[in-house]
Design a protein around this ligand. Structure first.
Ligand SMILES: Nc1ncnc2c1ncn2[C@@H]1O[C@H](COP(=O)(O)OP(=O)(O)OP(=O)(O)O)[C@@H](O)[C@H]1O
Ligand SMILES: [Mg+2]
Length: 283
């Protein structure tokens, strides 16, 4: 992926003259959405959360606090038991009408082992009936964006874990989404590879003014990536606190080793400890 060169204003990914992310219209509104599964598990207490267009919001919290459940509700893969959600100010039935699209990236690359990288990345376009010539150009562009242009004829088993994840991200980008939903996409990778992919993802977000909702267990990943970290607590899953990461983009390794980074990480550590204790108190 290409490095972004421009410098954005602090606390937003907007270019000069554009409104800050907090002032932009919402991409997603979670409006008192609650989830009780059919086995009686109350995965989410009523949640209120707004993600504005152009934000990079991370959901951080202990295992079982409902991060995946919330993200799947945002993807409309799970329906809330009560309350509701809005996508770009309207209900889900309108998604796609004015070019607004969302895509979900799972933790596992979920590539088809029998198909080459190109075929895997093409899949959403084939399913949507996009003509071959237009599809080819879009696949080339998506592969170049994730730095896999030379591996289009490889099979998934010939790629490293990090490269498989890149292919999975290319398959998401080929649909040209406005909203990227990622559930611990780099959780299974070693730290060096994860840091590299975090950097590349951030550069991509920065260039395209995508909106991202990202789930992670990692405090460091959440501080590095996010405009805002939403700390969740368990039993039932709820939002404990929201922390704005007030640091300009592009961010690089200098931020990772800065005192400011360490201070954010410490604050989030304390909040996560609180989230775990308050969850246990409901057992
Ligand atoms: N389909 C389901 N049916 C019943 N209970 C479920 C279902 N999916 C999740 N749960 C329960 O809901 C709660 C929240 O689960 P969820 O997977 O959203 O948590 P999470 O924060 O993503 O956890 P992790 O960090 O381990 O991925 C858990 O108690 C889980 O066991
Ligand atoms: Mg999960």
């Amino acid at each position: 992926m290409r490095m972004a060169q421009a410098v954005r204003a602090p606390d937003t990914n907007s270019a000069a003259g554009e409104p800050a992310a907090a002032a932009r219209p919402p991409a997603i509104e979670v409006l008192g959405a609650e989830k009780i599964f059919s086995n009686g598990v109350r995965a989410l207490a009523p949640i209120d959360l707004t993600v504005n267009q152009g934000e990079f919001v991370t959901l951080l919290g202990p295992s079982g606090c409902g991060k995946s459940t919330l993200l799947k509700m945002v993807a409309n893969l799970i329906e809330p038991t009560s309350g509701g959600l809005m996508w770009w100010g309207r209900d889900y039935g309108h998604v796609g009408e004015d070019g607004k699209k969302l895509v979900f990236v799972f933790q596992d690359p979920t590539l088809m082992p029998w198909a080459r990288v190109r075929g895997n990345v093409r899949l959403p376009l084939d399913l949507a009936g996009v003509p071959k010539s237009e599809g080819d150009a879009r696949v080339d562009k998506a592969l170049a964006t994730v730095g896999l242009e030379k591996f289009d004829a490889s099979y998934p088993r010939q790629l490293s874990g990090g490269m498989q994840m890149r292919a999975s991200i290319a398959r998401a980008l080929v649909t040209e989404p406005n909203l990227l939903l990622m559930d611990e996409p780099f959780g299974a990778l070693d730290e060096i590879t994860r840091n590299k992919l975090d950097q590349d993802l951030l550069d991509l977000w920065f260039e395209k003014t995508l909106t991202v909702v990202f789930v992670t267990h990692s405090i460091y990943e959440s501080v590095f990536l996010s405009t805002r970290v939403v700390v969740m607590a368990a039993r039932p899953g709820r939002v404990l606190r929201e922390v704005v990461i007030d640091e300009p983009y592009p961010r690089d390794d200098a931020f990772r080793v800065s005192q400011k980074f360490a201070a954010y990480a410490r604050d989030l550590q304390v909040l996560l400890a609180e989230a775990s204790v308050s969850g246990a108190a409901h057992d």
